[in-house]
Design a binder for this molecule. Structure first.
Ligand code: C5P
Length: 224
């Protein structure tokens, strides 16, 4: 089985991001580039990182009218991303059109509810009910719109996987056991997330901010 770890390259400088990715490339399965990186470095930056030879995850969280999101998907087609994110709250037509515009080998994955939002933020934007209900509702919508899967937390992935057996699940927010932030009681480890059904494990700071990123990546890989 291929390595499910995608290293989040949340580093603003292109050369520093590239240097880190080259260092750990033997111990991760892919590289995640976010909106900040894409706005700063564009296609050129993605091409430079792609030269390292690992699959690229463009975490752009697209959300606009269907026509615009489809056009954006077409514009990044040339970069041949393995994974691209869009917002499920953009609605069924937006998701359908995004998937139709994506390359054949690109997984289009929906963000449900940003983890920065709590139930009071939801209420303030007119969304009632619990955060969990909203995640499950948007997961169902993404599934019926033909997307490949969703982004979800390590706490949710088991329940979502039971409901969507062949879904592709991207799980961020992981902390290795005994790692730098291993004291977070509710943190899920990469191994727990994988066992619960995660397809991709997004890991950033536990590797990028480690004193020895290669050793950190190797240690996480060894737990899987
Ligand atoms: O926390 P860490 O540095 O491992 O985060 C890796 C990536 O996961 C970041 O790019 C961050 O945006 C994303 N993330 C997320 N949702 C969370 C936690 C992290 O999308 N709840």
């Amino acid at each position: 089985m291929s390595n499910p770890i995608y290293l989040a390259l949340d580093i603003p400088q292109l050369d520093a991001a590239e240097a880190l990715a080259r260092k750990v490339k033997g111990h991760v399965g892919g590289l995640k580039l976010g909106l900040e990186f894409f706005c700063a470095h564009g296609h050129h930056g993605v091409h430079e990182i792609a030269k390292i030879g690992l699959p690229i995850f463009l975490d752009l969280k697209l959300h606009d009218i269907p026509n615009t999101v489809a056009a954006a998907m077409q514009a990044i087609h040339v970069l041949e991303p393995a994974i691209v994110t869009i917002h499920a709250s953009g609605g069924r037509a937006m998701m359908e059109d995004a998937k139709a515009a994506a390359g054949e080998h690109t997984k289009v994955v929906a963000v449900t509810l940003l983890t920065s939002l709590d139930e009071s933020d939801m209420a303030a934007t007119g969304i009632g009910g619990s955060a969990n209900d909203q995640v499950m509702r948007l997961a169902d919508l993404a599934n019926s719109a033909g997307l490949d899967g969703i982004v979800c937390s390590g706490h949710e992935v088991g329940a979502v996987h039971r409901q969507w057996k062949d879904g592709f699940f991207v799980v961020p927010g992981l902390r290795p056991a005994g790692g730098a932030m291993g004291d977070q009681k509710r943190a899920v480890t990469p191994r727990e997330a994988r066992d619960a059904g995660a397809s991709v494990l997004v890991i950033g700071r536990p590797i990028s901010r480690a004193e020895d990123p290669v050793a950190a990546a190797r240690a996480i890989e060894a737990t899987l």
